[in-house]
Design a protein around this ligand. Structure first.
Ligand code: DGY
Length: 319
């Protein structure tokens, strides 16, 4: 059996595939594979491990309907046309659970980095602007005892909420399509309407999937309903906030700061004005990028690929 991997996965995953006599072909160029190249690369393959934002749309799926399984190197699956995959009987696997802690760490890191202007201050050293001790440089704000608003309280949101409650005694409120009663019990999170989430949160952290409902959810009008000293964090998908509106909200001090691990588009242009702002911290989509998490993801991918190749139900299948 043959598998095409459209990027890099942890060595443990490659080893396990080889141990199962799978022939691996891997995309090794230092750029994202194009749609045409992906179709060409999958022509003689039995399975695809999709790494990165390859669009697995109807055009791709129809051209590659021979694939027995597609294993995503992500928990998110917004890049896949699930209806077409279902029609063509191509099972799609993802990697839920194992990346929740690492992704929540990234949200927590961004929250602190923004609140203390850490990236901006670091840049000042590099630019030779650290000349003397300034007791009142650009001051940060503290998050201790403040209110954290989670937009999308699933596994990752819950990890973020736990960290913020434990480290800073933050009150947790959340907004979801439906209530997460388990999380309410576990951390005492309070369900609120979207409008209440905006009005009451000192930090809003986005942990929802990108869907037609959440696409462009955070517009200027929405930022205007947030507190003027609030921080917006997005480690989910860049398409959930409107980037032009976020820039305006920050420039006009409608909100205090923003931390992003996801942008729209990705990669972000190096001249994007957000990168020069004091109260902004941006990372290049590294939410799950730790040795431990990537190894765990690779092992789930192998389980999905092996099950799919045998025509069995995937252990981690996207429905
Ligand atoms: C995920 O797992 O969805 C990460 O954001 C990587 O795309």
């Amino acid at each position: 059996m043959k598998v095409f991997i459209s990027g890099t996965i942890a060595p443990v995953g490659l080893k396990q595939l080889e141990e199962n006599n799978i022939t691996i072909t891997q995309w090794e160029e230092n750029r994202q594979i194009t749609a045409e190249e992906l179709i060409e690369a999958c022509k003689d393959q039995d399975a695809l491990v999709s790494v990165g934002p390859n669009k697995l749309n109807a055009a791709f799926l129809n051209a590659c309907s021979h694939l027995k399984v597609i294993a995503l190197h992500s928990v998110g699956f917004d890049q896949v046309d699930l209806d077409t995959a279902k029609k063509l009987n191509i099972p799609i696997g993802n990697t839920p659970g194992v990346l929740s802690a690492a992704t929540a760490d990234t949200a927590f890191l961004l929250m602190l980095a923004v609140s203390r202007k850490a990236f901006f201050s670091h840049k000042k050293i590099i630019q030779g602007e650290w000349k003397n001790y300034e007791p009142s440089p650009e001051l940060g704000i503290e998050v201790n005892g403040k209110t954290l608003g989670i937009f999308g309280l699933g596994k990752i949101g819950l990890e973020m909420a736990k960290k913020c409650a434990a480290a800073y005694q933050m009150d947790v409120i959340y907004h979801n399509r439906s209530r997460n009663e388990e999380a309410e019990k576990e951390i005492g999170a309070k369900y609120v309407s979207f409008e209440e989430l905006l009005a009451q949160s000192d930090v809003i952290s986005v942990h929802t999937a990108l869907t037609s409902e959440t696409k462009d959810k955070f517009t200027l009008d929405v930022f205007k309903q947030m507190k003027s000293n609030s921080i917006f964090i997005n480690t989910a998908r860049g398409g959930i906030h409107n980037e032009k509106d976020l820039i305006k909200a920050l420039e006009e001090k409608i909100i205090w700061g923003a931390g992003l691990d996801v942008t729209n588009p990705e990669p972000m242009d190096k001249n994007n004005p957000l990168l020069a702002m004091e109260n902004v911290a941006i990372l290049p989509h590294i939410g799950s990028a730790t040795e431990e998490t990537r190894a765990a993801m690779a092992q789930i991918i192998v389980k999905n690929v092996l099950a799919g190749l045998k025509g069995e139900k995937l252990p981690f299948e996207v429905k």
